[in-house]
Design a protein around this ligand. Structure first.
Ligand code: GDD
Length: 320
């Protein structure tokens, strides 16, 4: 079975590669750009078939897909950091929406029968009303960031290509996920790295934070990527599935959990640069539809994920 991961050098992509390499039936392909950081896949480098491609370039995308002729595609490549989507909204739209469009068009024009999973996001739900929690797939989408809008675009494009051309596309809306190798831009990894730097004595004991009142539904990345596999093994083309733990944590509580695990005494300071023009207040996903379709359930407790994240930064303080 020929499997392609777009975004293989990224956080989720590298964990998905680790997972797929345990499956003997899988011949694993990835695409990289000429300047991609390859730190995340260094440990499996010789087990991957890597081809150079920029998804923003239609001909480049078509050429590699023609060469690979994948049975499965996991489309994870994206600009994934919400604050960057305000700084570079147009680039975020092009990477996320046009990048996906180029994959779809390549498959369509080559007349391939690939099954395609697209990594959509809980950010699409955006402003969710209290009586809409936990969020079902049928909830209205009210995105509050350019990133959220770009993911709605990807999601709707997946729906439209299924409807128009019967392409075998499964949409997954993953809620927040974290774990080792997460860049320290995202909240859990950022806080864990700050704490480890304080432990190591290379930072004063002051934590810089943004909005601690937001709530997010966290799952370990290793559970999420197993979900992506199951989405293509057991999910239905044309459908959309939430992948979430079904429980949410206030960011303040996440900070407290990490500080407790670390054991250092810290002062908390709000950093205005970390506040967003509009922050999604509460994301807690209802995963019933996905669990029913695939039998998936999260296995790694959040405390374990946070502890692994601290250990990751202790062992790899200079990862980024
Ligand atoms: N990054 C960051 N840094 N976030 C902070 C901080 C901080 O210092 N302090 C508080 N927060 C709050 C943010 O305002 C947000 O409410 C929450 O922590 C989570 O922020 P992120 O970790 O940056 O993730 P996100 O929820 O914006 O987006 C992530 O999850 C999506 C799925 O819901 C990303 O991984 C997206 O790519 C993904 O689609």
């Amino acid at each position: 079975m020929r499997v392609l991961i777009t975004g293989i050098t990224g956080f989720a992509g590298s964990h998905l590669a680790d997972y797929l390499l345990q499956r003997s039936e899988v011949e694993l392909y990835g695409i990289i750009r000429w300047r991609s950081r390859t730190e995340n896949i260094k440990h499996i480098w010789d087990r991957l078939k890597l081809l150079e491609c920029d998804l923003r370039d239609a001909s480049s995308t078509r050429d590699v897909i023609e060469e690979i002729k994948p049975d499965y595609i996991f489309h994870l490549a994206a600009q994934s950091f919400v604050p960057t989507s305000w700084k570079a909204p147009s680039a975020s739209m092009v990477t996320n929406i046009i990048g996906e469009l180029n994959v779809f068009e390549a498959i369509r024009k080559l007349n391939l029968k690939s099954r395609i999973q697209i990594a959509c996001s809980s950010e699409e739900y955006g402003l969710v009303k209290p009586d809409e929690i936990p969020i079902k797939e049928t909830n209205p989408l009210r995105p509050l960031s350019p990133y959220g809008v770009s993911k709605v675009g990807q999601d709707m494009l997946g729906y439209q290509y299924f409807m128009s051309y019967k392409m075998d596309i499964v949409r997954t809306r993953a809620f927040n996920h974290t774990g080792p190798r997460r860049p320290p831009l995202f909240v859990c990894s950022d806080f864990a790295k700050q704490l480890v730097d304080i432990e190591r004595g290379v930072r004063e004991p002051v934590m810089r934070v943004g909005n601690l009142e937001a709530k997010r539904d966290f799952t370990d990345v290793r559970d999420i990527v197993r979900g992506y596999w199951l989405a293509l093994e057991k999910g239905k083309g044309g459908e959309v599935y939430n992948i979430s733990s079904g429980r949410s944590w206030k960011i303040k509580d996440v900070l407290d959990m990490l500080a407790k695990l670390s054991g250092v005494d810290v002062k908390i300071e709000e950093d205005p640069a970390r506040l967003r023009p509009s922050d999604v207040p509460n994301l807690e996903g209802d995963n019933t539809k996905f669990v029913k379709a695939t039998g998936w359930k999260p296995e790694i407790p959040f405390e374990q994920t946070l502890s692994d994240l601290l250990d990751f930064w202790r062992t790899n303080p200079d990862w980024i």
